[in-house]
Design a protein around this ligand. Sequence first.
Ligand code: TPP
Ligand code: DXP
Ligand code: MG
Length: 652
Amino acid sequence: MSPTVLGRVTGPEELKKLSPEELPALAGRIREFLVDRVCAAGGHLGPNLGVVELTIALHRVFDSPADRIVFDTGHQAYVHKILTGRQDAFGSLRAAGGLSGYPLREESPHDLVENSHASTALSYADGLARAQRLLGEEQRRVVAVVGDGALTGGMAWEAMNNIGGGDRPVVVVLNDNGRSYDPTVGSLAGHLADLRRCRYRGQNLFETLGFAYLGPVDGHDIAAVEQACRLAAGLDQPVVVHCVTEKGRGYAPAENDEADHMHGIGVVDPVTGRSRGGSPPSWTGVFGQELERIAAERPDVVALTAAMLRPVGLHRFAQRFPERVVDVGIAEQHAVTSAAGLAMGGLHPVVCLYATFLNRAVDQIMMDVALHRLPVTFVLDRAGVTGPDGASHHGMWDLALLGAVPGMRVAAPRDPVRLAELLGEAVSAHDGPTALRFPKGGSGPEIPALTRMEGVDILHRTRSRPLDVLIVSTGVLAGAAVRAAEQLAGEGLGVTVVDPRWVLPVDPALVHLASRHRLALCVEDGVRAGGVGTALAQAAADARITTPVHGLGLPREFLSHGDRPGILAEHGLTAQSIAGTALALHGTVAAAHRPAPGAARPAASGAARPSASGTDLTPSPSTDLTRSSSTDLTPSSSTALAPAPDGERTLR
Ligand SMILES: Cc1ncc(C[n+]2csc(CCOP(=O)(O)OP(=O)(O)O)c2C)c(N)n1
Ligand SMILES: CC(=O)[C@@H](O)[C@H](O)COP(=O)(O)O
Ligand SMILES: [Mg+2]
């Protein structure tokens, strides 16, 4: 096997020059390359090992980027990246500023769609094919590569309906590894299994819907896939090329991994396929265990997942209560409305999703659940900054979206103890929907409260000082907020840190607390605009409270990939930055209200005042105090500060 065959492929043109005899060696080298790089960086290994030959064939038959190749979901596009000139960038896979784990237009003209949310490729393909026809560019082919899992999504069938009903020659390459859904999940799995066994030649769903059908093709036989694709490319109608592949192929640890053939992995030892170090209990694990405990006492509790049984922590629940867990496939919208039906029927459904995938089902949450005030609990894993999966995976929109849903109560546990407590409260609610959000990764230590006041946990207070700053911390930012308060206390400020636990809608107790302070700062691991800070500012304005309310969170932008701590730091969500922001804001507020007739008004400045302790308390990068502060969420700029009266030194 020539080690240089991979190095020679610097783009599709070079790939096309290889002889058929050289291709098995190329496939072997690509597999070695994938195992080496993905085990070192983490990422999607199994899906890519399964599409090596298929992707080689696609790039030899079609002429990308003139022909449009759209990868559904995009987690299986590593081989495509290798073949389109990006081998050298794999050392930085999924790291900040490095190669994205999904197609990314700025990386290459061969990348069309920046995705990760499944089941969209056929719709893109439909639109691209229509556009080409209208523009007279029909010599360009449109190819959608879609997995059997992605094909369980409703959008895929909305597109199939349109494509099959027309005569646009879209080529649908179905990458069927039979892995991404439980055969009991749906009837589609059974139909594909029948097609794989060449049965039901007279009852082919794709043909019935207006597609030509080529297959089943051995997806690891490059010549066979090439032949089928060339045939498909010559047809003047929509066509499905049904390729049968094996997820994780060619790497024993992935082939033998029962979970999902090493679908998505962290950093692992390439020899064993196992991670080298132990990791602390994950939020997901704590949740799964607690739901199982609750379900043992509450026969009405049922769980739903959209093709993510293990990733959302329901594996053990499913083993123990197989009748009480529903995996709907990649079908978040259906999951939500089906949960509404379960609730109408007298059960308490717990819909377990990644926060980013909640976006798919906002209308269903609003109209099918909330309008009917149904007791459905949404558990949003991977909320906030997720990290290496990038822009489409950060679960940063949920607070803003759910904040708009009438009757929705949202909780954000700060530690595993609160997760258990809040989950219990959520499934005890009978009069409307509830949601719980927590991030990706390890759950961390308990953060005890000093006291609980009207359901709000007081995490820190400086009793002997004036009440300068109220920090409202949401969820896991509590630890950073408390450390920030300790730094601020060292600077002579009186600071209170509270964790409302139920963050939306805003608890009136928070508004009252804000009124006792000169300044309120809300910190959240979500988009700032429309989040908890915005809601608190609105509630304060409605109550005619004049304390300025500032928000510290994520900007309304698509944030690229990197590691979670790095991204949080970049956006001012560390103890140091929270303290710096609070200090700077407090300085501005105090200066603005210092009566100094004749004295020059101090210019508002983004710089924190010099630190007595010598600590650099630079405000967060998102706090620009020289402009009308982008973080000032107080609705009316004319509101004046009303300091707490003298003597009001304790919380009430
Ligand atoms: C809307 C949405 N929900 C859930 C997911 C999580 N997810 C990522 S890949 C995947 C399985 C996809 O299966 P398939 O398309 O067959 O690809 P395979 O991994 O088998 O290659 C799922 C459920 C997603 N990406 N998008
Ligand atoms: C493509 C996709 O949506 C999932 O595979 C996701 O990348 C997994 O993320 P986690 O690694 O956080 O489970
Ligand atoms: Mg699959």
